[in-house]
Design a protein around this ligand. Structure first.
Ligand SMILES: O=C(O)[C@@H](O)C(=O)COP(=O)(O)O
Ligand SMILES: [Zn+2]
Length: 211
């Protein structure tokens, strides 16, 4: 996909997320790679009204070369690209239920989103909790790098989800699936939930791989 089309797709998908309440105000940020660097939503921008031509562009060294000033979470996004060669897009949201799980003190940090449906296994996989740092703190990048690329999705403690994908649409769809599953997890709290069995999870991974 060429850069012009990618900018348009970033604005379209962001608008769709905003319209359905996955993001409010100026919360969240989205990035995607291009041949000579990456595009990222401008800091303090509203996902509901991005201007494709004003989206920030950074070169391969992370220098701001075009558009409005980039999201302050650039360290977080770059850490995913550095540790996951197949990742081409990263989505960070404050979507309500995933953020609720990121705040609950009894969320298992190694298994924030249990494998309760096939689709969350196929689209998201295991989700790790990353310790709290202030939004925009470069240490968020260090915390992601420490995971050595093993997780496609994480919850930032007391903050919200971050999801990586092989392209922008995949990352957005995975972020949506993570949020919908977080909603189920919150709704089912206290109920005797049946998780998918390891053999069922293995079958899904064998059949569908990482989408
Ligand atoms: O929570 C925050 O402040 C950031 O993580 C965020 O979601 C929005 O920051 P910008 O992308 O810099 O607007
Ligand atoms: Zn945030």
């Amino acid at each position: 996909m060429n850069e012009t089309r990618l900018r348009e797709e970033m604005a379209e998908l962001s608008r769709s997320l905003f319209a359905r309440g996955f993001s409010v105000g100026s919360a969240g940020n989205i990035s995607a790679t291009v041949d000579d660097g990456l595009l990222i939503t401008p800091t303090n921008s509203c996902l509901g009204s991005l201007d494709p031509s004003r989206i920030s562009k950074l070169d391969r060294e992370g220098r701001h070369v075009d558009g409005e000033p980039p999201s302050k979470e650039i360290f977080l996004h770059r850490a995913f690209y550095e540790t996951q060669p197949a990742t081409r897009a990263v989505v960070h949201l404050h979507s309500t239920y995933a953020t609720a799980l990121s705040c609950l003190s009894d969320t298992d940090p190694n298994d924030c989103i249990p494998p309760i449906t096939p689709y969350v296994v196929m689209r998201v996989g295991e989700v790790r909790l990353v310790p709290y740092v202030r939004p925009g703190d470069a240490r968020a990048g260090d915390l992601i790098r420490a995971l050595e690329g093993r997780y496609k999705a994480v919850l930032l403690a007391n903050h919200g989800p971050v999801v990586a994908g092989k392209d922008l649409r995949s990352a957005v769809y995975a972020a949506e699936e993570l949020e919908e599953t977080a909603k189920l997890v919150v709704m089912l709290r206290g109920a005797p939930v049946r998780r998918l069995a390891p053999a069922q999870i293995d079958e899904l991974k064998r059949t569908f791989g990482s989408q």
